[in-house]
Design a protein around this ligand. Structure first.
Ligand SMILES: Cc1cc2nc3c(=O)[nH]c(=O)nc-3n(C[C@H](O)[C@H](O)[C@H](O)COP(=O)(O)O)c2cc1C
Length: 353
């Protein structure tokens, strides 16, 4: 046990920094690099049985944008407020080979006190249940299932299921729960008016943890060409997403009222962001875009930054979990005091800049 040790249900991670699923976890070499960076766990790029989802990988495209929506160079040193706009597909490998490779990598991960987490994206439920069963049989120790990938409504029909219905989420999770006893992390969409309700449904179905929340879809006109940037709608992410994710974490923590393990995704760019998510109620945080655009050192740096923060509070990850979420007040509960507006004066017209 160290001050960074965290628990996700029955699973103990050496620290809460998880490398999330994406192109930077698509090959054995990439997963090894993420493991050696010191991450508590590494989620492999997702797969499923859909040929259309695999084919979509050939149509991936990404662009990194500054806060004025101008293209940034892809130089592994993005500014903290860079936006990543893009579309992606799924691993093109054959399932058996993929599974064997991940099982081998997870054996390597044990030596580093870490985990390789296989990730499925829902397409056909029965096929997904069969994959879940085989993942357990292969000796892997956790399963992440993404049922909220933002590309769901753009991809070929059924290739990537984006589920927003609580009742269906419960049914899906229950079926996967029947297929495997592995710790089951369900990754949820953020494109819902009631992410808390989706999390509660996943829990009722038997999820050991929920990962929240998937990115939003966006559309960006390109002023130079007059056309859609990248030609399509695409998923949009950035540091700006952190407070949105943190709010759903806080609300879900309050609704669950019992330290049910929540995992954050969407918006973390460094170790202090992992700390922010921790205080909002996430016992671990997945970082994807920051690693994809900044390199694997982002993970080792995040562990160091988080450690320095926790040490400066003379505390531990377990003690800090949810501490800000547990102190949040409603507008009505706020003590009476002079409102900020009372000191506010609008900029006089004609005054110098
Ligand atoms: C290029 C790219 C590929 C991704 N591929 C996957 C994937 O295969 N499976 C998955 O569950 N999430 C995938 N994601 C979503 C990320 O894991 C993560 O949830 C999301 O980007 C928000 O977190 P971030 O702000 O740390 O990037 C992908 C994201 C990006 C940017």
């Amino acid at each position: 046990m160290t001050r960074l040790t965290t628990r996700i249900g029955n699973l103990t991670l050496k620290n809460p920094v998880i490398c999330g699923a994406g192109e930077q976890t698509m090959t054995a070499e990439a997963i090894r690099a993420a493991l050696h960076s010191g991450a508590g766990a590494v989620v492999a790029k997702s797969t499923n049985e859909s040929q259309a989802a695999k084919a979509q990988l050939d149509k991936t495209d990404y662009v990194l944008l500054d806060s004025h929506w101008r293209r940034l160079p892809w130089n592994f040193a993005p500014p903290a407020d860079a936006h990543l706009f893009g579309r992606s597909g799924l691993v093109q490998r054959d399932f058996d080979q993929w599974l064997e490779e991940l099982a081998g990598l997870d054996r390597e991960a044990r030596m580093l006190d870490s985990y390789v987490v296989p990730s499925l994206i829902l397409s056909d439920l029965e096929q997904c249940a069969e994959f879940a069963r085989r993942i357990e049989q292969a000796g892997l120790r956790v399963l992440e299932l993404n049922i909220g990938a933002p590309h769901g409504e753009e991809a070929a029909k059924g290739a990537i299921v984006l589920e927003r219905g609580a009742a269906r989420i419960e049914t899906i999770v229950r079926r996967i729960r029947e297929a495997t006893r592995l710790p089951l992390w369900i990754k949820l969409t953020g494109q819902s008016e009631d992410v808390v309700g989706l999390a509660q449904a996943a829990r009722r179905g038997g999820a050991d943890s929920v990962v929240m929340m998937g990115r939003f879809m966006g559309f960006l006109p390109d002023l130079d060409t007059g056309l859609p940037l990248l030609g399509t709608s695409a998923a949009i992410g950035g540091a700006w997403a952190l407070p949105l994710t943190a709010r759903w974490l806080m609300l879900t923590r309050k609704a669950m009222a019992d330290d049910y393990p929540l995992i954050a995704t969407n918006g973390a760019r460094n170790g202090l962001d992992v700390a922010r998510f921790l205080l909002a109620g996430a016992c671990a945080t997945e970082m994807t875009s920051a690693v994809f655009t900044g390199g694997y050192e982002v993970l080792s740096r995040a562990v160091e930054e988080l450690d320095a923060y926790v040490a400066s509070r003379d505390s531990s990850v377990e003690a800090l979990l949810g501490s800000a979420a547990d102190r949040v007040e409603s507008y009505q509960q706020q003590a009476d005091r002079p409102g900020w507006w009372q000191g506010f004066a609008p900029k006089p017209t004609g005054s110098p800049e």
